[in-house]
Design a protein. Sequence first.
Length: 733
Amino acid sequence: MQTIHMSMYFVPKIVSMLRKFCILNLNLQTYLPSETPPALLKMRNEELENLRGNGTGKRKEWDRVYDYDFYNDLGNPDKDEEYSRPVLGGSEEFPYPRRGRTGRAANKTDPTTESRLSLVSSLDIFVPRDERFGHLKMADFLAYGLKSVAQFSLPELKSRFDSTRNEFDSFDDIMELYSDGIKLPDNPLLAAAKSLIPLELIKELVRTDGEKLISFPKPQIIAADQLAWRKDEEFAREMLSGVNPVCIQRLQKFPPRSELDPEIYGPQMSSITASDIEKSIDGIEIELALEGNKLFILDHHDVFMPYLNRINALDSTKIYATRTILFLKEDGTMKPVAIELSLPSSQKGSWFRKVLTPAEEGVQGALWQLAKAYVAVNDSGYHQLISHWLKTHAVIEPFVIATNRQLSAMHPVYKLLHPHFRDTMHINALARQILINAGGVLERTVFPGKYAMEMSAVIYKNHWRFDQEGLPADLLKRGVAVENEEEPSGVRLLIEDYPFAVDGLEIWSAIETWVKEYLSFYYRNDEAVKSDTELQAWWYEIKNVGHGDKKNEAWWYKMESVEELRKSLTTIIWVASALHAALNFGQYPYAGYMPNRPTVSRRFIPEEGSQEFSELVDNPDLFFLRTVPNQFQTTLGIALIEILSRHPTDEVYLGQRAASDWTDDGHVLEAFERFGSRLKEIEKNITERNKDERLKNRGGPAQVEYTLLYPDTSNVNGKGGLTGKGIPNSVSI
């Protein structure tokens, strides 16, 4: 006889809007709607109705209700006009994925926006009860969150270093962050956070003599060689195996061209000329280099140009839109051969463009180092706002909501996807409260400032397509791969030593095989997909509500075949697990040392003959440090990414399940075991590739092995921390 496992949560009478009831979470045999035994069918439908709620009222902490809302809670206009932010979602100007509804009262100043919780009450933000962090995860999050909380007390932090308030005077000043530590100031917010954490969890943050310190571990980028980050080879390598390896494209036309209005943003054709780069591409003519797939580009021009005048009007922000041309060498490594810095026209003058080429010494070497920093600033902003937040966190949440509203826990697709949605709504809710809100950590540390989230909505509008979010489709779109049916993934890479793509395609194929095998147990033909009422309601709601601002796009799958279902589920799992891991857990290893991944630039490149140019000539390092983030921005940013880069001790990795009895179908369990075994094989493959000295992009000058897509399925001991490896099942941090 089958055992039925039940967990019950009783809603108190005093606050019950309906009646005293219990919610049953039944671990039952898997059923499609049409195959559900009559005795369970009513319960199945009633449970879904309860999960949907009625769309009204403020949600209470014990509610188990899933519903949608716009991103209308990022601003705080009742506090001050300075904290007003546009509503994201529901408009043609700022379309956006939906978030989970909380139902808080509207702001008085702007009734279209929702009121916010106080900072101290951030942990009370509503998410459906089943979506809240578990005890261990919350303890880990709070313990390491103390470091970030402490940053909001500015006086001691801003005067921590030596001669110049809130400025680094040397690179040695930055290194003190990883050795001496910073004393934690006393403040109510810190005390409130500490009161929620068991005493033993604070010990790691406190010295043996009792003095409270912020101290940071040395990031991998400077662990072996403190100067490797300066090298051109390392700068280029990180576009293939760093924290944002999803933006590099093959250059197919030269010069690069813009699609923006030339009257405002300057000539559409780039100012980079053949003579700028031919001296650095081994004597090969431009056309031959293009034909031989030797030229690549990191192009942030069109994304940022429309916002530069507004961004550069902010305090202490001086940003360019950048293009970087790279050359693929015979040994498989990349080298940058030209960087273009651009500004749009303004009332003070016409548009600006400047091209810099590689140099190692003297003033030209200092200018080249600055140019690479401006590129890193662009790329850091794009990584945090678009690659990471928008294209994993934000776009996945509507799938979480729709799955719980439209698919019963008995449904096979629910059972397949459930582990890949763990903690996503909670981490996103906390992000809205303290990270991406007006005046939050993101606005304080990343260059778009108050325009950050608005910009992400424009990118969602113009560039997000669900059918291109799978890895093979993304590689084809960027021109770094071509179709090849002989490859398991269906594509062949044009950059053979591309660690993210090489490891990622193995992971993608493993996920795809698992999904295909899993679906074969439940969907015998296309008709089974079309006749699945819950599945069709799920897909309809994703398209028309969760991603409703994109509902009229022709690229949506129609969900009329097993093949379309397989593609959709593989993409969802890829984005929630492997893609997020590749973009998240390398943050501290690479960006924990600010000069390697600055998030803000505060000065333009100096013009020859100016006072600033003289400063650059006299002390290039000091000029660099006055250009990139200051002490406060740096320390706050490092504290944040250290938290985000950590695995909790209760992490559940791809190929693992939190409960072994998640299904009673033996055939499914055997297929899942094969999936886990394949992931462990991939672990061995990655280890072997990292040992191969011919694959220079897997370590580079900084000697940082590429392990961000190492599944860590074999990790069953609950080891967490800053491991720099491991693919969690879900977007959980």
